[in-house]
Ligand binder design. Structure first.
Ligand code: FAD
Ligand code: NAI
Length: 462
């Protein structure tokens, strides 16, 4: 007799969502989490704390730069960094406690401690071995550094250290112009730090639609972020309070250095599977450290599944959550499914950047005949009214069938607007379907409709 139908290892967005759905589907479920709080990277040191700091510093930026022109005069707020940290920590606490409540409500047992899998069907936590008919690994990821760079989480930090710096640095160097580098770089630039981003490639946010990426970089430069592109970081020399970053420009091999109070290493994350005992268990690991799974999230060991950042695919909380729900359905004898072609990506800077589906570069590479509908937020009355006219929507549709293939936008509330396209894509909608849908005026969402109109006979306000 098994103790549990399912034991999920890891209480992040993949693991906790999986555990709750398993319990809702009638399976006796436990979730193992080694941290003191549930919610994983996302709630503790990722999505949620970064968004709290982005929110507070955005309000500061608005007060400093945009209030006066709207007739709101007077002193800008001053920054109480300790209070901003308290606010961020409170937000984390509310969210992580919320998951604990949901576990109780849904009768998911939280097995506190670090879990390992001594054999298929068994999970060891501390000295106790629990039996499980099925095991789901949702152990997430950790920051990956560069060779020769030592992280002390004080002067040379990952995103975790960057979320809780004891004071606002005067000079910050960010290695990597990816999502973490640009979100956290924006936070500290708004707080007055001189932020320089050093990126190996020639474009920021690799993989993003190139036109959006170029426009995004221009806007970030306007906000005060400095960029050194095409630069390979050679090393970081750090003392207790300062650091020197050496980089080499790829175009001519010339070397230069940058001084900083804090260096944020944001060069990607790698799956975290330490201590699970996967090698002894015989689970296949892919060359980049992900656990190999099939189309139903089964690993190469019978009865052991894996989801989220620990497997292939974008390292995003909502991707992990969707896999968590889908694998729960599979374990309950239903048919779990994730549409990997419709997973949105959002960068929570100001303006926000969002995308879903294919980029123009991908369509060209695949030889797909496509058309582009573009619309600038300058033509959107609501955006102009709130001084957020920067950015545009770019909708991509099949040239022959008009079916929506992708959407990439930079502009106000882009992270929310993108979901209109996600739903449209899930239903196989055409650009015309979107163009014929009434959108309330005045809303930012009218820009989405205008981009759809631009795919056909033309936008009205362009
Ligand atoms: P995780 O959230 O990493 O959770 C894994 C959990 O497993 C951890 O709590 C860990 O302690 C636990 N664990 C590991 N091994 C064991 C073990 N052996 N026993 C017990 N417990 C174990 N994604 C977004 O979609 N939107 C964002 O805005 C966003 N912002 C981010 C900002 C930052 C700074 C970072 C670092 C990441 C961000 N991400 C964001 C990515 C997102 O956090 C991850 O994609 C997501 O957390 C992955 O979920 P997961 O459940 O796979 O793993
Ligand atoms: P990333 O993969 O987004 O970006 C890493 C960047 O570092 C790339 O631009 C890469 O070219 C650059 N780089 C690599 N080596 C370098 C070197 N030696 N010198 C200079 N630049 C170098 O990784 P990041 O930003 O660390 O984020 C990790 C993960 O976290 C991402 O996969 C992302 O999905 C997730 N995340 C998601 C967020 C969101 O959805 N809003 C927010 C933050 C993180």
């Amino acid at each position: 007799m098994a103790d549990y139908d399912v034991i999920v290892i890891g209480g992040g967005p993949g693991g906790y969502v999986c555990a709750i759905r398993c319990a809702q589907l009638g399976l006796k479920t436990a979730c193992v989490e080694g941290r003191e709080t549930l919610g994983g990277t996302c709630l503790n040191v990722g999505c949620i704390p970064s968004k709290a700091l982005l929110h507070a510093t955005h309000l500061l930026h608005e007060a400093e730069h945009n209030f006066a022109s709207m007739g709101l005069k007077g002193k800008s707020p001053s920054v109480d960094w300790a209070q901003m940290q308290t606010y961020k920590d409170d937000v984390i606490g509310q969210n992580t406690k919320g998951i604990e409540f949901l576990f109780k409500k849904n009768k998911v047992d939280w097995l506190k401690g670090w879990g390992s899998i001594p054999a298929a069907g068994q999970v060891k936590v501390g000295d106790e071995v629990h039996n499980a008919k099925n095991i789901v690994i949702a152990t997430g990821s950790e920051a990956s550094s560069l060779p020769g760079i030592e992280i002390d989480e004080k002067v040379v930090v990952t995103s975790t250290g960057a979320l809780s710096l004891p004071k606002i640095p005067k000079k910050m160097v960010v290695i990597g112009a990816g999502v973490i580098g640009l979100e956290m770089g924006s936070v500290y630039a708004r707080l007055g730090a001189e932020v320089t981003v050093v990126e190996f490639l020639d474009n920021i946010t690799p993989g993003m639609d190139a036109e959006v990426s170029r426009s995004f970089q221009k806007l970030l430069k306007k906000q005060g972020l400095n960029f050194i592109m095409g630069a390979a970081v050679q090393g970081v020399e750090a003392t207790k309070t300062k650091a020197k970053v050496t980089y080499k420009l790829r175009k001519d091999d010339s070397e230069a250095t940058l001084d900083a109070d804090v260096v944020l290493v944001a060069t990607g994350r790698r799956p975290f599977t330490d201590g699970l005992g996967l090698e002894a268990l015989g689970a296949e690991i892919l060359p980049r450290g992900q656990i190999k799974t099939d189309g139903h999230w089964a690993t190469t060991v019978k009865g052991v599944y894996a989801i989220g950042d620990a497997i292939e695919g974008p390292m995003l909380a909502h991707k992990a959550e969707d896999e968590g729900m889908a694998v729960a359905e599979v374990l309950a004898g239903k048919s779990g499914h994730v549409n990997y072609g419709v997973i949105p990506g959002v960068i929570y800077t100001q303006p926000e950047v969002a995308s879903v589906g294919k980029t123009e570069e991908q369509l060209k590479e695949e030889g797909v005949a496509y058309k582009v509908g573009k619309f600038s937020f300058m033509g959107n009355a609501r955006a102009k009214a709130v001084h957020q006219g920067d950015g545009f929507v770019k909708l991509l549709a099949d040239k022959n069938t008009d079916r929506i293939l992708g959407c990439h936008l930079i502009g106000p509330s882009a992270g929310d607007l993108i979901h209109e396209i996600c739903v449209a894509m899930e239903f196989g909608a055409s650009a015309q379907d979107l163009a014929l849908t009434c959108h309330a005026h005045p809303t930012f969402s009218e820009a989405m409709r205008e981009a759809a109109l631009a795919c056909g006979d033309g936008a009205i306000h362009a």
